[in-house]
Design a protein around this ligand. Structure first.
Ligand SMILES: C[S@@+](CC[C@H](N)C(=O)[O-])C[C@H]1O[C@@H](n2cnc3c(N)ncnc32)[C@H](O)[C@@H]1O
Length: 196
């Protein structure tokens, strides 16, 4: 059961889309146990990394809607523990959240931008993570952009959170339409960009 405070904050964010107060968002994210979720995501990313041929190059990870960087902590800690070299780029549209994450060194590179119009070259990343911002993609550019910036053989990872943490059929159809191969669509959406 979600407490009254968490429910009130959930309604606040769903109705205002105001993420400018980073301390407030971090409190909410911790109440939702997103730090624990990040540990789980880290294990999945470590596992997927074994299927990505890199020939000694660091694993290049992009997270969008990265907020205060809790996911970055879980993923980079797990990769470091496993001795996997990596670079972690965090992108969010809200500058205050990026600054909060940057000050705490939650990731390596911090970019302000729109995940429907990514400021990156094509085929730049091995893994792309996005969690909890499905409702903020009005223009239909999200998956074409995810596909563009991932390398062939790279993975898109979208953990499900919230009251109904199951991938919607429409979401799965969107990802397929953009050219991805769906590997898993339950409480995680995991999709791979095929080799062209
Ligand atoms: C509910 S939070 C997502 C949870 C977050 N992944 C976490 O780990 O705490 C929604 C995030 O999406 C970001 N956002 C909203 N629209 C965006 C856009 N067009 N491009 C990039 N980020 C966006 C917000 O600034 C906010 O950080």
């Amino acid at each position: 059961m979600l407490g009254d405070r968490v429910m009130a904050e959930m309604i606040f964010y769903a109705t205002t889309n105001d993420y400018s107060d980073a301390d407030r968002y971090e409190r909410f994210a911790l109440d939702c146990k997103l730090d624990e979720k990040a540990v789980e995501i880290g294990k999945i990313v470590r596992y997927l990394s074994g299927y990505i041929p890199r020939f000694g190059a660091p694993l290049k990870i992009l997270e969008t809607a990265s907020a205060t960087g809790l996911t970055a902590v879980g993923v980079t800690s797990e990769l470091a523990r496993a001795g996997i070299k990596h670079g972690y780029t965090s992108l969010d549209i809200e500058q205050n959240l990026l600054l909060y994450a940057k000050l705490r060194q939650r990731g390596n590179s911090f970019v302000r931008g729109d995940f429907e119009n990514l400021p990156f070259e094509q085929s730049a990343f091995d893994i792309y993570i996005m969690m909890g911002a499905e409702g903020y993609r009005p223009n239909g550019g999200f998956y074409p952009e995810a596909y563009r910036v991932l390398k062939s053989g790279g993975y898109y990872v979208m953990p499900q959170i919230g009251p109904q943490p199951i991938v919607r059929i429409a979401e799965k159809e969107d990802v397929l339409r953009s050219g991805f191969i769906v590997i898993r669509a339950d409480n995680y959406l995991i999709a791979r960009k095929s080799y062209t």
